[in-house]
Write a protein of this length. Structure first.
Length: 88
């Protein structure tokens, strides 16, 4: 799969996970809310980098693509950890 396509799919997965978590957070404890706030900062970084990539008027380097993929994968793990803690 091309890296652009992989990042687009990752972005959609992250959006869905994020939406699901937000619905459950109102019942969560303070420590989990802190973890959520940190993941929200990472989401902002991911969105900014992803927006650069999908802007076809800009040259996209392989390095930017790879860094964005790494941030997205880390965010995916953070979301899974939050979801796991919410469901226990």
């Amino acid at each position: 799969m091309e890296l652009h396509e992989e990042l687009a799919k990752l972005s959609e997965t992250l959006k869905q996970q994020r939406d699901e978590i937000r619905l459950q957070l109102h019942l969560a404890g303070a420590d989990l809310k802190d973890e959520w706030e940190e993941s929200e900062r990472e989401w902002g970084h991911f969105k900014d980098k992803f927006a650069e990539i999908v802007d076809e008027s800009k040259e996209t380097s392989t390095e930017l693509l790879e860094k964005t993929r790494i941030v997205g994968e880390e965010l995916k793990i953070a979301y899974k950890n939050i979801q796991r803690r919410l469901s226990s």
